[in-house]
Design a protein around this ligand. Sequence first.
Ligand SMILES: [Zn+2]
Length: 275
Amino acid sequence: MNDLAALTELISGGGVVALTGAGLSTESGIPDYRGADGKRRFAPMTAQELLADREARRRYWARSYVGWPRFASAGPNQGHYAVAALQAAGYLGPIITQNVDGLHQAAGAVDVAELHGSLEQVVCMQCGEHYARGTVDEWLRLANPDFDRSADGPLRPDGDVAIAESLIAGFRLVHCVVCGSDLLKPDVVMFGESVPKTLVEQCFSYVAAARAVLVLGSSLAVMSGYRFVRRAVREGIPVAVITHGWTRATDEEVSVRVDAPLGETLTGVADALTG
Ligand SMILES: [Zn+2]
């Protein structure tokens, strides 16, 4: 039996929990931090930098303001739709995602645990108030009426665009309407932060109850995702991986491994099982 047939057979038994990462969204135009070789291509801003330094916040929000229309308009790709179809047909249970783009839900999936949060939300680091990103975007637009938002550099994984220093210098930050602080942060787990403990426990319980774990487009480079694979292996639950390029998971940990473009592969599996 080839790998694709073995993968399809594993999923056909149902009770599968998916663990998804950036590789699932690259076909939607959202780049991955890591190339196919597993090396990090961008140095992400840390939460500590954002909290400590107003100029870092100015840089973050100026770049993010330029990138947001493009990030927000990215739509699900055939991989997201295949995952939603497999879930609707009863093969897949909960989805644990490291992605912050909301594209699983946009494709119709439910029971999505967003390990790293969502760029759709903004949180005040001073008082904890949450805002819809669209609301903050409107505040930023009003505060920066003359700002040229059309810079056309490449979109980066966090939804921002590298822009000229001169543009950043003139960018005006906006403030939390509850406490007046400018300590606004996207409500995502940034580098240097931890996934909330209750969410981790919930995801461990999904894995413990699964018949199999299906890793999609995650290199598993960060422990926030890899620990679920380790838990599955410890409990004797088979792990299948579809990813295009390097992955941290070893052959001892993985029952089935398919190295191929995700959209096409998942559509093939979904068609075979639901068609
Ligand atoms: Zn506040």
